[in-house]
Write a protein that binds this ligand. Structure first.
Ligand code: HEC
Ligand code: HEC
Length: 453
């Protein structure tokens, strides 16, 4: 598979700058992925034209409000912790929620950073560069299986999921919003009667949550060491540089095939091409649902997603996540099968060469490879590099290579302050569009913040 990243710059203009005509002055541009998926949603039905800043502020209040959950103890921010780049705060394979707070989830919590440019789900992704027009298969959509077309659709899922915030109805959510200490912000943002009408009030809730998640400084600041290096403001160590080369090399890691690492069309890399792949991960006994040996999380073909249940060629496939901020996690992959970044990388090196380290033994002594996917779907599993060797072959990546790739991945964590800027705080996200596209010419000087006297 020769897969390439969707072009970000032309398809997804700046969220907070341009205002699409069809969108009646809501701050979402006509061509944003979410808007393409659902134009009617963005038509302004409020008394007042809401400003992006006010929606962001309200969305932040909602995101961190545990009283929006049935248990009263679970906010979006409980699972998507800002101290962990909006990913999980601990290494649990799944988080617990629901009315009692004890209902286990089904999948590891993804980070919400760098999700701003996820295109809507399609079964037939075409890179829109116009040079090849090749069908690259399914891509895009929110969640590990791409089932939510936009961030506001996505917000519905946790609000109502029986193992997450577990509200029974939109009315229940709206009722809580009416009683929240920030209820006044709804009126200031959307007009005095916004909370009177249930449908309109619920729309305000999910719209504010969506706009908050598009806040560049919080969700896609591009302040990692790697970004500084791309701007010519930092140097990578020898290990980090080697790691980057291994990551990119088609003969070694070949990671960039699915997690692109280079600036493309002026846009900084997202480290995902949004495509779906079956990695054949080992089954994780830490997930309570897996105690039932008949239960399989098949990703695209179900059971959480239902529209592609008869498409067996998709079973086992999950959406490629961004690797930005991945080093801040302590649980990896959709089923949390790895708990250290080194193990996550090692899985790629050893899955085929040393399967005995990854899969359990069968009673007959053989190795139960790919045990989280029923045998009839195993043709769907990715066999290209870095996979594809036979058991006992030397791995494409040595222990030293794995360490270097880990060192490189650690440069993707936001919050790096380039040496000549220390003392002036972090780089403002303002110079970048939401795609990481640099506005104006790429000159390090433009990003230089004056040092304090
Ligand atoms: C109990 C933990 C939990 C809570 C609470 C929670 N989430 Fe999530 N979130 C998850 C998990 C797990 C997934 C992955 C779901 C899947 O793949 O089926 C996810 C996925 C997402 C995604 C998709 C990210 C992507 O990469 O596509 C978004 C957006 C999101 N959540 C936003 C929210 C918002 C907004 C709230 C509050 C209304 C919220 N979440 C509350 C656990 C949680
Ligand atoms: C063929 C496409 C493909 C290639 C090549 C690839 N990945 Fe991935 N990567 C994925 C997919 C798909 C997932 C999510 C799979 C899942 O959870 O089921 C993933 C997940 C990950 C994760 C876990 C991220 C998280 O948030 O949990 C890490 C780390 C990772 N990849 C690193 C690498 C490295 C390092 C390489 C090269 C050695 C690499 N990947 C090569 C597709 C790919």
């Amino acid at each position: 598979m020769n897969r390439v990243a969707p072009r970000c710059s032309s398809r997804t203009p700046r969220m907070h700058v341009s205002i699409g005509t069809m969108l009646a002055s809501l701050a979402l541009p006509a061509a944003s992925p979410a808007a393409m998926a659902d134009p009617a949603f963005y038509a302004n039905s409020f008394e007042k034209v809401p400003s992006p800043a006010a929606m962001t502020d309200l969305g932040r209040s909602l995101f961190f409000d545990p009283s929006l959950s049935a248990s009263g103890r679970l906010a979006c921010g409980t699972c998507h912790d800002p101290a962990h780049h909006f990913g999980p705060r601990d290494g649990k394979a799944v988080q617990y929620g629901g009315r009692t707070g004890r209902e286990p989830g089904r999948r590891a919590v993804p980070s919400l950073t760098y999700t701003q440019a996820i295109p809507p789900f399609t079964e037939h992704f075409n890179d829109d560069d116009g040079d090849d027009g090749k069908d690259q298969g399914p891509a895009g959509g929110r969640t590990w299986d791409g089932r939510a077309p936009s961030a506001h659709d996505q917000a519905r899922a946790p609000l109502f999921s029986p193992f997450e915030m577990a509200n029974a109805s939109e009315a229940e959510v709206v009722d809580k919003a009416r009683r929240a200490p920030y209820a006044g912000k709804f009126q200031d943002t959307f007009g005095p009667h916004v909370l009177d009408d249930e449908a309109r009030a619920f729309k305000a809730v999910i719209l504010a949550l969506e706009v908050f998640q598009q806040s560049p400084t919080e969700f896609y600041p591009y302040t990692s060491k790697y970004d500084a290096w791309l701007r010519g403001q930092a140097t990578l160590t020898a290990d980090e540089k080697r790691g980057l080369e291994l990551f990119n090399s088609p003969l070694q890691g070949d990671c960039a095939r699915c997690h692109p690492s280079a600036i493309r069309n002026g846009a900084f890399p997202q480290f995902t091409d949004y495509g779906f792949v079956a990695l054949g991960l080992p089954r994780n006994g830490e997930i309570p649902a897996n105690r039932d040996s008949r239960y399989f999380d098949l990703g695209l073909c179900g059971p959480l997603r239902t529209d592609l249940a008869d498409q067996s060629q998709y079973c086992g496939m999950f959406r490629t996540p961004s690797l930005r901020n991945v080093a801040a996690r302590s649980v990896f992959f959709h089923n949390g099968a790895a708990h250290t970044l080194r193990d996550a990388v090692r899985f790629y090196a050893e899955r085929d060469t040393s399967p005995g380290r990854w899969y359990p033994r069968r009673p007959d002594g053989g190795i139960s490879t790919f045990n989280d996917l029923p045998a009839r779907y195993r043709d769907n599993i990715e066999r290209g590099p870095p996979f594809g060797q036979r058991p006992g072959d030397p791995a494409r990546l040595t222990e030293g290579d794995i360490n270097d790739i880990v060192a490189f991945l650690q440069t993707l964590t936001d919050g790096f302050v380039p040496p000549h800027m220390s003392g002036t705080g972090s780089i403002s996200g303002g110079e970048l569009s939401h795609c990481g596209e640099i506005e104006g010419r790429r000159q390090p000087a433009e990003f230089r913040v004056p040092l304090p006297e």
